[in-house]
Design a protein around this ligand. Sequence first.
Ligand code: ZN
Length: 85
Amino acid sequence: MTITAAFPPQPAPGPTLFRAGCPHCRESFELDAGALRLAIGGSARTTFYSFDCPECGEAVRKPAGERIVELLTAGGVRTMRLHAH
Ligand SMILES: [Zn+2]
């Protein structure tokens, strides 16, 4: 007689989804980290995130505040650091 301990499988962390809206077609949708890009510049004015709208295909760029930057980086969004000089 064999007794096997059933360890519950590790819960796989689901993909983090970010809610975003498109200013071109006014759709709103959820994007995973792979669909977003984050650019961090020297100031708030040059810090933004961007994605291609899944509805109309337009490239969307939006300013990213500190909190958004935190959320996106924690969610695994590709980050690009821009240098001011
Ligand atoms: Zn759109």
